[in-house]
Design a protein around this ligand. Structure first.
Ligand SMILES: [Zn+2]
Length: 217
């Protein structure tokens, strides 16, 4: 997206994502591939391009067969695969900072949104739109499946979530050890405080219980 002159205004703007309904949009799933991100000892899940492919298969971006073919391509071109790994992690960290800031009511840095828009722009240049069963379905031209697709889809997801009402429901796990898990709170009364692992919530509940017992003597 090139910068429009200040007097030009978009009259309509909507980039919808259905995926926010289960509280685990693709962009936040990518952000969560760094476990315990706010602790002193984060656990990195993306240590090589093959890890991105495993994640893409788990999220349904690629079939195992497609991923195996791309793994062979990544092995044949390690510089390209490593560059894509770096860019995916750069995007992931920008996504984590943007939604981490929004979850805490803080300002989003322009540089972080620019990193997301950069990958979004790349995807837009290749994206095709087809009508399937009356619905508009995005895709890419046959034969252009490549190492960048997981990153592009995460960038789409990030801008879709950022522009949707669900953005007000983005939260970060309240665990005080630095879990840092990002999610969309889909509870009716917006009461979820902890991630989907039972551990963080249970630990907080147990601490509350112990405190109550202590006060009760
Ligand atoms: Zn947690």
């Amino acid at each position: 997206m090139s910068a429009a002159p200040a007097h030009v205004r978009w009259l309509r703007w909507s980039l919808h994502v259905d995926e926010a309904s289960d509280g685990r949009p693709l962009c936040l799933s990518l952000a969560n591939t760094r476990h315990w991100r706010n602790s002193a000892a984060p656990k990195e899940l993306l240590n090589g391009y093959a890890d991105i492919l495993d994640w893409a298969v788990a999220k349904g971006i690629y079939s195992r067969r497609e991923a195996d073919a791309l793994a062979a391509e990544a092995n044949a071109h390690p510089h390209v695969a490593n560059a894509e790994l770096r860019r995916t992690i750069e995007l992931r960290e920008a996504i984590a900072r943007v939604f981490g800031a929004l979850a805490h009511g803080e300002a989003v840095r322009e540089g972080d949104s620019a990193i997301i828009v950069e990958s979004f722009d790349e995807a837009m240049r290749l994206m095709t739109l087809r009508v399937v069963d009356g619905r508009l379905v995005p895709g890419i031209p046959q034969g252009r499946e490549g190492l960048e697709l997981p990153r592009w889809q995460a960038a789409f997801s990030a801008l879709g979530l950022y522009g949707s009402p669900a953005v007000a429901r983005v939260k970060q796990c309240a665990d005080d050890r630095g879990c840092g898990w990002l999610f969309v709170d889909t509870t009716r009364n917006a009461s979820r405080m902890f991630c989907f692992s039972n551990e963080c919530g249970n630990r907080a509940r147990q601490a509350k219980y112990r405190e109550r017992m202590r006060r009760a003597g």
